[in-house]
Design a binder for this molecule. Sequence first.
Ligand code: AMP
Ligand code: MG
Length: 357
Amino acid sequence: MNTIVYKIDEIDERVWLKDAGKVLADGGLVGIPTETVYGLAANALDEAAAAKIYAAKGRPSDNPLIVHIAGMEMIHDLVSELPETAKQLAEKFWPGPLTMVLPKSEKVPYGTTGGLDTVAIRMPSHPVAYKLISDCRIPLAAPSANTSGRPSPTKAEHVYEDLNGKIDMILDAGPVGIGIESTIVDLTGEVPMILRPGYITRDMLSEVVGEVEIDPAILGENKDKNFRPKAPGMKYKHYAPKGDLLLVSGERDNVVQAISRLASEKTSEGFRVGIIATEETKPMYDRLEASEGEVVVMSIGTRKDEATITHNLYDILRRMDDENVSFIYSESFGEGMLGQAIMNRLLKAAGHQQIYV
Ligand code: AMP
Ligand code: MG
């Protein structure tokens, strides 16, 4: 299959809207930018189209898809019930990076929900995603547009790298803003429960709907292998770079020292090593980089503005792959509003390998 790439700022809006809309109406696949990561979109109500998403990504079939809408009127077809909490959260956070799990209607095929009686729904704020859905009026099932298991795509180039030849079209609108996937909140129980942390934090949700729980399985605190996260996708090793990633936690100077020592050990054994640092600490590793040459140091962003860290996270993991490093050492990010979302992604990328110094 020939994958067509449309650069949004070089092409008339009517053209990409019409052509992408036609691909979707015909049951095809389009890589689209959203404010979180690039999504791989298909008609959510067409089981055969949804099946193509799983095939292109190599995604396990029990891992349900998020359905994207534009405008509240689109939700009524998708759910059998719309609780008051959902209306309140939609009012406050949609369009935006919040996904709500709700009881599904009969129209939504099990092929989209991974066999579940619930459906995950989000209204994206990215103008390209929003306009496309508004224009074609098709609810779009869209998981991240990466090969299953690879870091999520935050640039159209990442989508191309993973899915060229496997999908019909990519809409390239440059790098996305947020860079990590949406917060998922389950509204089917008594108390809303966060199934995946993201840009919209627990405190932000609590301000609107009061008590909010967090699925304990996602905090990486439960070592029991049989402990199942409520979002089926969270059980899979995700976002993994090819190099062996280890997170190092502790006080800043201890962390820098420990990472420097680990990196030196590996380079002396002949390995190429990557270090994920911050704007604040990158200069502290410079000597290591200069003297040994086999160490690649990248800054993931600044601790003064956590949004820079989510923005760069997946791109850094992919760039480490490009550098062919065998071992990667990363600093940790437990603090701050987005700390939980950042650590959730990094811990998954690291297969939960973490040390405290
Ligand atoms: P992705 O779109 O690749 O970020 O993956 C979608 C995430 O949403 C996965 O972790 C899924 O398990 C989760 N998800 C989608 N639908 C549901 C649902 N009905 N119930 C719980 N989790 C869901
Ligand atoms: Mg994904």
